[in-house]
Design a protein. Structure first.
Length: 594
């Protein structure tokens, strides 16, 4: 397996090819296409390609970042009317109109994204639906922009009074734009930004815990999607020639959503192909022409039930090879140079890497945690145990920043981080795993680890050595053979190992482990024990929440027992094992054997 290229176009000649295509393709197609396509057919295909570009814009937002928009046609509308002002009123070339349409679409999408940042799922969809309805009913009918309900003219101005009337040539220009946006889309997905989008789509909580600024990346997704949608609207408006609010209404938004779902969410070529095919539907025989949306809705329902990855996902499934991965080997993990994998840039200057002081958390009137204090010395493993509902997960989430306490303070290496969000704490060398596996499932093993490595480097820093760090962790944890596999296809043992490897590449000073042995067999648990004990040799502090008492008693220096949100006992394994209150509340009538 070879490492992906840095965050740029993989080959500089990609840009040159786009520029050459923009110059050469229109004249060639202007000579060839009239003999191949009639003007009516070329215009129909132009509609399909424009809608394919619109589908790419929604696919970037929904398929990559997981943000659903039901008012996407309004972004096409603002792009079309923005281009109309430039081309029709100012008399400038349509190419400048396309650029302005992208800019206007990005700005409007940013305005939508800011209030929708804390929304997801149905609530976000409702906000975008209201936005689309508002734009159609009011803004897109203002005379300042559109000359009222009659709409606005959008001529295909080349320069001066010269207009493009040849449909095949305009189709070729739209195809060039599609190719350019396609390449941009490909390369966005290959970058750190694209991997962050996918991580957010998979699990926002896990993404935050590894330092991804969810707010910033959601805004970026909205802006990029809006820019592409604006360009698509200008191209579509140029194909129609006269645009009004009815052209960019709710029906068009629904069509674009259907294109993405039927083609396959996150699958760019599926969305484009379906867009073109459904654009041809009005040219079908009359009995079928009236039912294109009905047929599309039926296909969508089938996809949701039987084919959630869409038509493109079906082809990918046929090509997918069976997963044959190595088993987790105890001796293999013992041979890992753990110090090199997890080494921090500098040794900690504090005796305690984590301190929780007087933490209290209320959910309604319920004290989930009440006046709990905890210290994690550098280079040690501290265990937190207790019956279900004791407050372990709540305390864990307070430590990593997912829950803000009602009272108390959190210190990371002497720094008060109580009011810091989880992504900021992660950048202070805090990493965590989850009770339920929270891998970025659609990303490969390699990209799961690399995403964490890039976030560690920070937004504005050089990422040239992230690939090297990722390769090193892959080699040292024995996951090299699985580097190209999707994370959601790994067996449990390898998935747990990947989760730890993803945390280690951030070179943490504090590692929070929530039920890391869940689902592991005896051999895999032994391997995990060997791994964790080795990690403390270089000064790493570990907090372990675990139900496997044998594992906890073997590797923890100090154990805190919680019951009903309060500390029942804190001590070494021997003291905890013999405490009668602990035995009665949690361990049962017999002592736990080591």
């Amino acid at each position: 397996m070879t490492s992906p290229e840095p965050d740029r176009f993989r080959r500089p000649k990609d840009v040159a090819l786009i520029l050459i295509g923009c110059i050469v393709l229109p004249p060639l197609t202007g000579w060839a296409m009239p003999g191949l396509l009639s003007p009516a057919t070329a215009l129909t295909l132009t509609y399909g390609v424009c809608l394919g570009i619109a589908a790419l814009s929604l696919n970037l937002l929904l398929g990559y970042a997981g943000q659903l928009s039901l008012g996407h046609a309004a972004l096409l509308g603002v792009g079309a009317f923005g281009a109309s002002i430039v081309v029709d009123r100012l008399g400038l070339p349509m190419f400048l109109g396309w650029a302005v349409a992208g800019l206007v679409g990005a700005v409007v999408a940013l305005a939508i994204g800011i209030p929708a940042l804390r929304l997801r799922g149905l609530y976000l969809a409702l906000v975008t639906l209201v936005f689309g309805a508002t734009m159609q009913a009011s803004v897109l009918r203002w005379r300042f922009f559109t000359q009222g309900s009659a709409g606005a003219s959008l001529p295909r101005r080349l320069f001066g009074d010269h207009l493009l009337i040849d449909e095949p040539i305009y189709l070729s220009m739209v195809l060039v734009v599609l190719v350019g946006i396609w390449l941009v889309d490909i390369n966005v997905l290959r970058t750190r930004m694209g991997r962050a989008f996918l991580a957010i789509r998979e699990d926002e909580t896990a993404a935050q815990s590894f330092g991804i600024d969810v707010v910033r990346y959601k805004l970026l997704a909205f802006v990029l999607s809006g820019a592409i949608a604006g360009i698509a609207g200008a191209l579509y408006g140029g194909a129609v020639g006269l645009v009004n609010s009815d052209v960019f209404g709710r029906e068009l938004s629904l069509r674009i959503v259907l294109f993405v779902i039927i083609g396959g969410i996150g699958r760019r070529w599926g969305a484009v192909v379906v867009s073109v095919l459904l654009a041809v539907a009005p040219k079908l025989p009359d009995p079928f022409r009236r039912y294109d949306l009905v047929i599309a809705a039926a296909i969508t329902l089938y996809n949701v039930i039987k084919l959630p990855e869409g038509l493109a996902g079906l082809f990918a499934h046929w090509r997918r090879r069976p997963l044959l991965g190595p088993a987790v080997d105890v001796e293999q993990l013992r041979a890992i140079d753990l110090a090199a994998v997890a080494r921090t840039p500098a040794a900690s200057q504090h005796d305690d890497v984590l301190v929780l002081e007087g933490i209290s958390v209320l959910f309604g009137g319920l004290h989930a945690v009440e006046n709990v204090s905890l210290r994690v010395p550098t280079g040690s493993i501290v265990g937190i145990i207790g019956p279900n509902g004791a407050g372990k997960s709540t305390l864990f989430n307070v430590a990593c920043g997912l829950v803000r306490p009602r009272a108390g303070a959190v210190y990371l290496e002497g720094r008060d981080v109580t009011r810091m969000g989880p992504h900021r704490r992660a950048r202070l060398r805090m990493a965590r795993t989850f009770q339920q596996l929270e891998l970025f499932g659609v990303l490969s093993v390699y990209d799961n680890i690399r995403t964490a490595a890039e976030i560690r480097r920070g937004w504005a820093h050089d990422h040239s050595d992230c690939g090297r760090d990722t390769d090193e962790v892959l080699e040292r944890t024995g996951l090299r053979e699985m580097a190209d596999e999707r994370a959601d296809r790994l067996p449990t043992g390898l998935a747990r190992l990947l989760e730890v490897a993803r945390a280690l590449v951030t070179k943490p000073r504090l590692l929070l482990l929530d039920e890391p042995a869940a689902g592991l067999n005896e051999q895999e648990t032994l391997a995990l024990s060997s791994l964790l004990q080795g990690l403390t040799d270089d000064g790493l502090g570990i907090v372990l929440v675990e139900h496997d008492m044998d594992l906890v008693m073997q590797i923890c220096r100090v154990i805190t027992v919680l019951n009903m949100g309060q500390v029942l006992k804190t001590g070494n394994p021997g003291e905890v094992r013999k405490d009668h209150a602990v035995i009665g509340a949690y361990l049962g009538s017999a002592e736990v054997s080591v």
